[in-house]
Design a protein around this ligand. Structure first.
Ligand SMILES: Cc1cc2nc3c(=O)[nH]c(=O)nc-3n(C[C@H](O)[C@H](O)[C@H](O)COP(=O)(O)OP(=O)(O)OC[C@H]3O[C@@H](n4cnc5c(N)ncnc54)[C@H](O)[C@@H]3O)c2cc1C
Length: 415
């Protein structure tokens, strides 16, 4: 495979497909490769839970969601903003709407339909898809190498390369992080992959696990350190999952890594102040059971009620002041986060000092990186997909710029 008039994109996730979109729109001949037999597997998984494409909050707030990398993302998102994403989708015939929480979703189309339209558009522009081609590093002349399904190692010489290989969660979708040794071998610094937006492990009693696995606990306020999140959680066999747990999972992970014991605090009655709860508990009638009085007085039943029995000393359950305190701030010891393979996203990957502002690897000129393979993390809420789309866009713009400055030099200067 020798064709120095073409560019190569590796990875058919949202970041790679966006890069291919920009490059083909600019009139370049694009080849796109993926280790798997089809494109966008994680994108399709994301679609199962309601495809949250981006968020409609003000730009400055949006940028802050990228934490330590907010400044870098300010530049990246300015190139392809949440609004640009909606306009681009509109151009594909996909309308979006803003939900009550500000999250943006497709209006009438599901993820498979969006992916189909997108792939057809690229196909019509002449983008060539090579599935079951696993990227295996670079040849002596820095051309990307692919292991094809046939077992043959193919060298694809092109004018430039964009790597969009994803992070390391949900490896069954293709983003298995197996590429890390290939870049590390070229002296590129990578931060280890760690779970982000993941569930947490709590050592339930057998009774609680058997009785409540799969059951929701609604309208909680969760806190860990100085971070808080509200919403519904789900009890699992291992611990807790759900939006507010994911929102705090980064802080929990960081604290666990320091080796310090970590506790999650639950406000089980976040709409009632402590004093009011205590008053209600003091009105308990003499012979009424605790379960009945909590059910009648505070509408507390099921797993929420049983959590008190799991984690409070029995003698404190009969003391209205102490029980009210537990209801507002129930302490759950966290043993660990759920494994990386189960996480919605991953932290870690190619560190930002390794790339320039155009996302080109400083040690491999002409090779750009995009998407979750870069070392950033963001909460759920559309920030992950937007990050993948925007970095894919930025890397493609970078490659276009770099090709413009080549002035007839060879695309792969010898290392
Ligand atoms: C359950 C779940 C729900 C989610 N929901 C949302 C949501 O609602 N909103 C949101 O914003 N985000 C969501 N996400 C996250 C979002 O899907 C990812 O952040 C996004 O897909 C990352 O895009 P990417 O292009 O960087 O990588 P990926 O989508 O992971 O794509 C990487 C591609 O590279 C290929 N690849 C890897 N290694 C090689 C190799 N060596 N050679 C060739 N190809 C290779 C893979 O096969 C894969 O196709 C969700 C994720 C999960 C798991």
């Amino acid at each position: 495979m020798r064709d120095e008039t073409r560019v190569a994109v590796v990875g058919c996730g949202p970041a790679g497909l966006m890069a291919a979109t920009v490059l083909s729109e600019a009139g370049l001949a694009v080849d796109i490769f993926d280790a798997k037999g089809s494109a966008g597997r994680k994108f399709l998984i994301a679609g199962r839970g309601g495809l949250n494409l981006t968020h409609a909050e003000p730009f400055e707030t949006f940028v802050d969601r990228y934490g330590n990398h907010a400044q870098i993302f300010k530049n990246i998102l300015a190139g392809f903003s949440p609004e640009d994403l909606r306009v681009w989708l509109h151009g594909l015939g996909i309308e979006t709407f803003v939900g009550t929480s500000g999250r943006v979703f497709p209006k009438d189309a599901a993820a498979p339909e969006i992916l189909k339209i997108w792939l057809e558009t690229l196909d019509k522009r002449g983008v060539v898809f090579h599935y079951r081609h696993r990227w295996q590093g670079f040849s002596a002349t820095n051309a990307p190498l692919f292991l094809a399904e046939s077992g043959k190692l193919l060298e694809f010489t092109a004018k430039g390369v964009i790597l969009a290989l994803g992070g390391a969660s949900w490896p069954q979708t293709g983003s298995d992080g197996s590429w890390t040794s290939l870049l590390a071998g070229r002296g590129i610094h990578l931060a280890p992959f760690r779970p982000a937006n993941c569930g947490i492990e709590v050592a339930w009693s057998e009774y609680f696990r058997n009785r409540f696995s799969g059951k929701p606990i609604k309208n909680l306020l969760l806190s860990c350190g100085d971070r808080q999140a509200t919403g519904d959680v789900v009890v699992t066999a291992h611990g807790l999952e759900g939006g507010p747990v994911y929102a705090l999972s980064g802080v929990i992970r960081d604290q666990l890594e320091k080796g310090s014991p970590v506790h999650l605090f639950l406000d089980l009655k976040r709409d009632l102040p402590l004093e009011r709860i205590r008053e209600k508990l003091e009105q308990r009638r003499g012979k009424e059971s605790l379960a009945n009085s909590l059910r009648k007085g505070l509408h507390l039943t099921g797993p929420a009620y049983s959590l008190l029995q799991e984690f409070c000393p029995p003698e404190e359950l009969t003391n209205p002041a102490l029980l009210a305190g537990h209801l507002k701030r129930l302490m759950l010891p966290i043993s660990s986060t759920r494994p990386l393979a189960e996480a919605i996203s991953s932290a870690g990957g190619v560190t930002f000092p390794e790339v320039d502002a155009d996302l080109m690897l400083r040690k491999l000129p002409g090779v750009f990186v995009a998407g979750e393979m870069l070392d950033w993390e963001a909460p759920t809420g559309g920030y992950l997909l937007q990050g993948a789309f925007s970095t894919g866009y930025q890397a493609a713009q970078g490659l276009l710029k770099w090709l413009g400055t080549l002035n007839g030099q060879t695309a792969y200067p010898s290392a």
